[in-house]
Design a protein around this ligand. Structure first.
Ligand code: LIP
Length: 277
């Protein structure tokens, strides 16, 4: 099975690099057509759709019986089927708002789950040409070099990422503002950053640039691939409450250490979500 899994991952990397060329070309060329999905803050472009098609077509032709959970397929009506079959969880462009605004912090995310366990994650920023890879038991790498999450245990010494996504309901507003106030003013953390892509945020934790990240309202495709990389880099990934991580729960906390994760959990104003599967 492990050899077979390696074949899956190697082929996915090839496709992700091809998809990267498509994204880079679109990023550098004329304006692409932007549409909104659920709200004015939830964007999609033809590049998102083209990349998802390239990845799903390529993988399904090569690996019969594999399943797919893709952001744009779900947006156009596909049901999320979370089964024991090898399942690719795909975000063609994580950070679509960045893409549309020409902010070079975007990522193609491809995660692989088998029997509902995350096994591998590929996160590729085609603009900066940074390719992150994590595979269970094999470590985490950026462009082939090992990466490590930070060893920081205290909020006061941390750079934290609290990301507000496309959902701007009063509950989300309250959670974000209160958590931000606690981290920045009460706890006086070193600083706050937020890169506009769940995957880039999590790579900042995986490579030890930032110490912790929290977001509510994300989807499986935003965090599946990044989660494997953070864990393999020695970090932790949990529910923001501190409960075990569930990729379908629409919320995530990532940190360099479990101590920091616990402290962070305790100072957040939490939001509940219905799981997506
Ligand atoms: C986005 C995330 C971002 C989050 C948004 C959205 P998309 O993904 O990566 O961090 O704040 O809510 O989910 O839509 O650009 O793939």
């Amino acid at each position: 099975i492990h050899e077979e899994e390696q074949v899956f991952v190697d082929y996915a990397i090839e496709l992700v690099k091809k998809a990267g060329t498509l994204v880079r070309t679109a990023f550098e060329s004329a304006e692409s057509k932007v549409e909104t999905k659920l709200s004015n803050t939830d964007l999609v472009t033809e590049t998102d759709q083209a990349v998802e098609k390239l990845l799903i077509q390529g993988l399904s032709e090569r690996f019969k019986g594999h399943r797919f959970i893709g952001e744009e397929s779900v947006a156009t009506g596909a049901k999320i089927e979370w089964t024991d079959a090898p399942t690719w969880i795909i975000d063609p462009i994580d950070g679509t708002t960045n893409f549309v605004h020409r902010i070079p912090m975007i990522a193609i995310c491809v995660g692989l789950a088998i029997k509902k366990q995350l096994r591998a994650g590929i996160v590729y920023n085609p603009i900066t040409n940074e390719l992150y890879l994590g595979q269970v038991g094999k470590g985490a790498f950026k462009n082939g070099f090992p990466i490590r999450a930070s060893k920081n245990k205290s909020i006061a010494e941390s750079v934290l990422i609290l990301q507000l996504g496309s959902i701007r309901s009063p509950v989300m507003q309250n959670s974000f503002v209160e958590s931000y106030k606690t981290a920045m003013f009460d706890k006086q953390c070193h600083g706050h950053r937020s890169f506009g892509s769940a995957a880039i945020n999590m790579m900042m934790v995986a490579q030890g640039s930032c110490d912790g990240y929290v977001e509510y309202g994300i989807h499986a495709w935003d965090v599946a691939a990044p989660a494997v990389i953070v864990l393999e880099a020695g970090g932790i990934v949990t529910d923001p409450t501190g409960a075990p991580f569930d990729v379908m729960s629409r919320k995530v906390l990532a940190a360099g250490t479990s101590e920091l994760g616990k402290d962070l959990s305790a100072c957040l104003t939490h939001v509940d979500f219905e799981p997506e599967a």
